[in-house]
Ligand binder design. Structure first.
Ligand SMILES: NC(=O)c1ccc[n+]([C@@H]2O[C@H](COP(=O)([O-])OP(=O)(O)OC[C@H]3O[C@@H](n4cnc5c(N)ncnc54)[C@H](O)[C@@H]3O)[C@@H](O)[C@H]2O)c1
Length: 434
């Protein structure tokens, strides 16, 4: 039977959850405070760039199973299952900011007119779901609800695919009634044999942070080995490839680069270190990962300075602003640190990104944004490739070279073949390979 669901927050996670859950056959209303976003969604337009999402959005709007509103009270009252998918950004003290979650919980409390299941999809520190339960009990003076922790593991750029084919679905759930309801919500995944992990609220919360911290560690590890490769004259690609052939290691997340970014790894590693301290457990490894990742971003600036002699008066073409390919998300992108440092050192930036320039221009309104990579390199002294967009793999190097002042190319994603680039007359440097 179709469940009546309300998804609060229609950002990168909430939008995918709303379209995905309605595609499963549920009746879903997506809610956001942001009227502009909701108006776009009602018209079948996605406010974010995510491959495939508009097809699912329109298909489910047309079926009548999916709708959007800013009227949160009504949406909560009309639904049996409420997904919380609002942001949990980093606070100044590096803890997760739970104020958006708290505001939503207060609204749910006001509208808890019958039994509901409150599902937390936002990434929240261990103890948050128990706190939500206590808050709702206190506000409503009863317990006509259940709280479920259902962390999200999707990757931006492959979010729809990840939603429909997750490696696992984690459900921190401590009531049989809620378990039955959640099983029904996700019945399609059960049909396709996706493993369900039923566990306590705390276990579900920690699974999410441990997973992100591990992936961030893996990236940081290979970046450190890449730096050593450079020093000893080894080839990081063969090192990583051969490491990945070991089934215990796996080849995924072994690509060296300019340091991890995005809306999750940076804030989630800091949050786990922070609540670790709160529980009296110092997360030495994770704290070291956080610090090492910052050094990796700065290392890219040191590399370009060394190649260019100085950045003062130099024009640097930046290819790629998003924190990774196939997204317009620039949160904690390495490009932010790197562009900041170039400007601080007296350089000028000409930037290109296929999807993220609008978002980047809100942070850096004064740099030059170019329609194509070829426009961005015009009269530049050096190029830095920062995001692994496929279109940068196939650049016409001769055309690029003839448009530039200089001939330096720093490929922080190792997208290009060093020999081919050198043959085209460039001074080339990647990460972890000579
Ligand atoms: N982005 C990812 O790749 C990803 C992956 C897994 C988990 N997560 C987690 O999911 C959560 C959401 O992340 P996101 O990237 O989708 O954030 P986001 O900033 O893109 O979206 C959050 C949305 O919530 C809305 N919102 C805030 N307060 C609201 C309220 N009171 N009522 C209604 N709407 C409200 C905002 O307007 C915004 O549209 C975070 O906890 C994040 O850590 C994100």
């Amino acid at each position: 039977m179709a469940a009546k669901i309300c998804v609060i927050g229609t950002g990168y996670v909430g939008l995918i959850a709303a379209v995905g859950l309605s595609d499963f056959g549920n009746i879903v209303v997506g809610v956001d405070l942001d009227e502009k976003k909701i108006n776009m969604l009602k018209q079948g337009k996605s406010p974010i760039y995510e491959p495939g999402v508009e097809d699912y959005l329109n298909r489910n709007l047309e079926s009548g199973r999916l709708s959007f509103t800013t009227a949160i009270d009504q949406a909560v009252q009309d639904s049996q299952v409420i997904f919380i998918a609002v942001g949990t950004p980093e606070k100044e003290n590096e803890e997760a900011d739970l104020s958006y979650v708290q505001a939503v919980v207060n609204t749910i409390a006001k509208n808890l007119i019958d039994y509901k299941v409150i599902v937390t999809k936002s990434t929240v520190p261990v103890g948050t779901n128990r706190w939500i339960k206590e808050l709702l009990e206190k506000e409503t003076g009863g317990n006509n609800f259940d709280v479920v922790s259902n962390p999200e593991f999707l990757r931006e750029g492959r979010a729809t695919q990840d939603f429909f084919h997750p490696d696992r679905t984690v459900l921190g759930c401590e009531s049989e009634k809620a378990k039955e309801i959640m099983f029904n919500v996700y019945r399609t995944l059960n049909v396709t044999s996706v493993p369900f992990v039923w566990c306590s609220l705390e276990t579900a919360e920690l699974i999410k942070y441990a997973s992100n911290a591990f992936l961030a560690t893996k990236i940081t590890f290979i970046n450190e080995i890449a730096n050593l490769s450079e020093a000893v004259g080894a080839d990081i690609h063969l090192v990583a490839k051969s490491m990945g052939m070991d089934g215990r290691i796996s080849p995924k997340f072994l690509h060296p680069g300019p340091g991890y970014g995005g809306s999750c790894f940076p804030k989630d590693t800091k949050a786990i270190a922070s609540f670790g301290r709160k529980f009296g457990v110092k997360m030495n490894l994770i704290e070291s990962v956080i610090a090492t990742n910052e050094i990796q971003k700065k290392r890219m600036v040191d590399k370009i300075k060394k190649l260019a002699g100085t950045l003062e008066g130099k024009t640097i073409a930046i290819l790629g602003l998003a924190f990774k390919q196939q997204t317009d998300d620039i949160r904690e992108s390495s490009a932010i640190t790197i562009v900041n440092e170039i400007i601080k050192d007296g350089g000028t930036v000409q930037a290109h990104d296929p999807k993220a320039m609008d978002n980047f221009s809100k942070l850096f309104p004064d740099i030059m944004y170019c329609h194509t990579a070829y426009d961005a390199v015009k009269n530049a002294d050096a190029i830095m490739i920062l995001t692994e967009w496929n279109e940068y793999r196939g650049l016409d190097l001769e055309k690029i070279k003839s448009n530039m002042n200089g001939n330096i190319l720093l490929d922080t994603r190792n997208l290009l073949d060093p020999d081919v680039v050198k043959d085209a007359g460039f001074i080339y440097e990647g990460v972890g390979r000579k």
